[in-house]
Design a protein around this ligand. Sequence first.
Ligand SMILES: C[S@@+](CC[C@H](N)C(=O)[O-])C[C@H]1O[C@@H](n2cnc3c(N)ncnc32)[C@H](O)[C@@H]1O
Length: 388
Amino acid sequence: MAGDPSAANQQSSPPTAGVTGAAVVGAPHTISVPVSSSLAKILNPSAASPPRVGDASSPGDAIEPDITADDPEHDADDGYESEGVSDATTSLSSSIRDFTWENNRRYHKYKEGRYSFPNDEPEQAREDMRHAMVLHLCGGRLHFAPLENPQGILDVGTGTGIWAIDMGDEYPSAEVTGIDLSPIQPDWVPPNVRFIIDDGEAPWLTPPGSLDYVHFRNMAFVIKDWPKMFAQAFTALKPGGWIELQDLKFDYSCDDGTMTEDYGPLKMSHLIHEALARFGVDTHSADRNPERTEAAGFVDLRHSVIKLPVGPWARDKTMKTVGLYNRSSIYDGLHAITMGPLTRGLKWSSEEVEVFLAGVRKDLLDTRIHSYITWHSICAQKPLSASR
Ligand SMILES: C[S@@+](CC[C@H](N)C(=O)[O-])C[C@H]1O[C@@H](n2cnc3c(N)ncnc32)[C@H](O)[C@@H]1O
């Protein structure tokens, strides 16, 4: 359950209990540093097209953005900029702060092996780039749940904390808590944001009925027991509070016949699915989670889906940019997303993985192939009539 209690950061404000009783890290709360510098600002989401998800108040949106392929002569890359957010230094005890190394990548030490992907700086930069990409895709919106003056916000598996920090900026009167197994969050954050190092799948000690919003993003490759997550979130939320799951689903598809079953990224996603299944993780959870939220007692389910091009092949300007970022994020992350699952789960050698990835890279760069993945937002509300 809890991390090392001695690891709690020295905070000038009274220490607050962690979600599962764990170590609180992050902001020296007397220092108020506006950290609104997410990569989204580089992409200038205000200039983006309006949200393509449609009105979040309409349930069951199946979004069909324009991802018509552009003319072949425009298939060339336009280039992009990216910038990492700070790496973490914390005052945590070494047991939680430690890392472990495997195949030249750095992994979390606390609850070692629980998460199959690295937490090193290249991976952090990639997560931040995905944050910017999703914001651009969603017209700058951080959430689709219809929040009204939220006070208690929990981000499970916060990663670099970039979403939590942006939420803290957007809702200055809310207390935003991000929890993660890895201490990779920045020290200086808005005064209403804090980070806790702990296992989000352990029993939560959050007081029942205390939160307005529980958020999971890109956690499909992580969470083993979603029904347990939903039950915990239901208890922790106030009546009328919202849960939201945002996920990139790597279900490589194609609408114009340019992708075949031999497409390297498609084969890769099948292999990762098979490997993570051996650790009890279902990478297709976005398909089943809508009904699971309802089984947990949530109501007013809203499921939005957006197609996300892999590469800059779409005619629409926003989708072209998003496609370029999407492909870069996949391309740059190939080693990170395959090495752990395929060596640990399928017992491949690292050399076998490298050989396989050469073919995946080639296919990813082939702009004649118009593949896409999907982005999902699933929101649901704890009934107003629910007792705490
Ligand atoms: C794919 S990243 C997503 C990060 C963040 N939600 C985002 O979208 O930017 C998954 C994160 O979940 C964290 N994680 C994995 N298992 C966890 C667990 N059991 N409890 C808390 N965090 C966990 C990992 O350390 C990693 O930072």
